[in-house]
Design a protein around this ligand. Sequence first.
Ligand SMILES: Nc1ncnc2c1ncn2[C@@H]1O[C@H](COP(=O)(O)OP(=O)(O)OP(=O)(O)O)[C@@H](O)[C@H]1O
Ligand SMILES: [Mg+2]
Length: 325
Amino acid sequence: MPKTLLEVRDLHTYFLTKEGTVKAVNGVSFTLEEDSVLGLVGESGSGKTVTALSILQLVPFPGKIVEGSITYNGQNLLDMSTERLRALRGQEISLIFQDSGAALNPVIPIGRQVEEIMLEHTDMGKRQARATAEDLLKQMGIPDSRRMLDQYPFQLSGGMAQRVMMAIGVALNPRVLIADEPTSNLDVTLQAEMLQRLRRLRQENHSAIMLITHDLGVIAQMAERVVVMYGGTVVEQATTRDLFARPYHPYTWGLFQALPRLDAPQRSLTPLRGAPPQMMDPPDQCPFLHRCSKATAECRTSPRPPLDEVAENHWVACYNTINYN
Ligand SMILES: Nc1ncnc2c1ncn2[C@@H]1O[C@H](COP(=O)(O)OP(=O)(O)OP(=O)(O)O)[C@@H](O)[C@H]1O
Ligand SMILES: [Mg+2]
């Protein structure tokens, strides 16, 4: 059995605003095993980033983890002291932020920001940290990485900032890496290089990687399991192979319908119709109800469906799943 490195259980992260409670993450559970990649997918606003930020307790005000546990190597991160958590961050668990531009400090040169992680967590001296920083940037395919060390974040393109964030994220070979849309601003060649760097981290360090992306092609290449989120909840979870072959939740099924396919290139994309789910003070109901073509009277009158195992290791939260018989 592979070792579980991180376990998120029944996580609820809410934004307590004057207008109401935004239930951005509303009862999410999953585990990350060593030497594996877990994909996290779902439409914009479904709670992927807030889930990622919750793990390292970086949810911005007025966000708050109101319930649940997050266990790393048997220790609950939610009970941990600030100092202990700071020591873990970057070294054992690291996060590549979705918004790399905002994650970098605008008034500090890139080099110092990359060096800082080595200076804080290792006994490297200043010179060695600088050489390592240069090397890390080079590994990310950044041309003229020595000159880059002296540049400020505003001088970087989005794709360049993303590669700097990736360099910081993998610098200390973390045991757990959470990568939030790490390749969304990159062209195909660079994307392939970044994904290769993630594979290397996994191979050399047996790391657990949580890969958040809109790109199902990236998921297919990288992940062995997938969690599908909708409206702050997990609606489906399975191995990548099973999920792609037999998506049981009508939402997941729709995701695959929207994909262009090699065998039917003329088929037009079908974006999801209807309004996104209510995140503020949501009713206790299936969040997908109002957009679902398969909704029944039971769906309308029942509480939120629980995540049930419908096939071996394939979990779905739905009263009326896609039927493959
Ligand atoms: N600071 C905030 N205040 C209030 N609500 C917020 C705040 N940040 C996020 N939210 C809400 O939390 C929900 C989840 O947002 P999140 O950023 O996790 O979505 P996501 O799945 O990462 O989307 P994307 O694919 O666009 O990155 C959204 O409804 C969003 O409006
Ligand atoms: Mg996000």
